[in-house]
Design a protein around this ligand. Structure first.
Ligand SMILES: COc1ccc(C(=O)NC2CCC2)cc1-c1cc(C(C)=O)n2cccnc12
Length: 121
């Protein structure tokens, strides 16, 4: 049988895994853990054309779909923007998205990435 190929994690994948874990911790109620359905959010798929959630991002990391950190940051930003578009500003979802976005941008900020850069080679 084919020997199970040892999972060699590229530096980028290891970095994205690290960021993902940090970001998921900012969503303890797991509102962003799975795709939002029209059942729980009426009219969602009509309003939000490019849905995104942490499980989809995780799958894309595993599939090596992200070639750069900015690509990953774009999906994260879109996930937060979607929540701040569909939900009212006084909702728990809007507020969590705002906190996520602020924390995420700090984490993905230049100086943090520069510190990690040597390991990303
Ligand atoms: C995967 O999405 C979800 C999963 C679980 C829950 C949830 O447990 N909501 C309880 C808090 C009051 C019911 C909410 C959501 C949820 C996320 C969202 C987002 C992210 O917009 N949302 C919007 C309207 C209604 N529900 C939601």
């Amino acid at each position: 049988q084919i020997m199970r190929q040892k999972q060699i994690r590229s530096p980028l994948i290891k970095t994205l895994d690290y960021f993902q874990r940090q970001l998921e911790e900012k969503d303890p109620q797991q509102y962003f853990a799975w795709p939002v359905t029209d059942q729980i959010a009426p009219g969602y798929s009509k309003m939000i054309k490019k849905p995104m959630d942490f499980s989809t991002m995780k799958q894309k990391i595993e599939d090596d779909s992200y070639k750069t950190l900015p690509e990953y940051a774009d999906d994260f930003k879109r996930m937060c923007d979607n929540a701040m578009t569909y939900n009212r500003s006084d909702s728990v979802y809007f507020k969590t998205a705002k906190k996520l976005l602020r924390g995420g941008m700090k984490l993905l900020s230049q100086e943090k990435v520069e510190k990690l850069a040597p390991y990303l080679k």
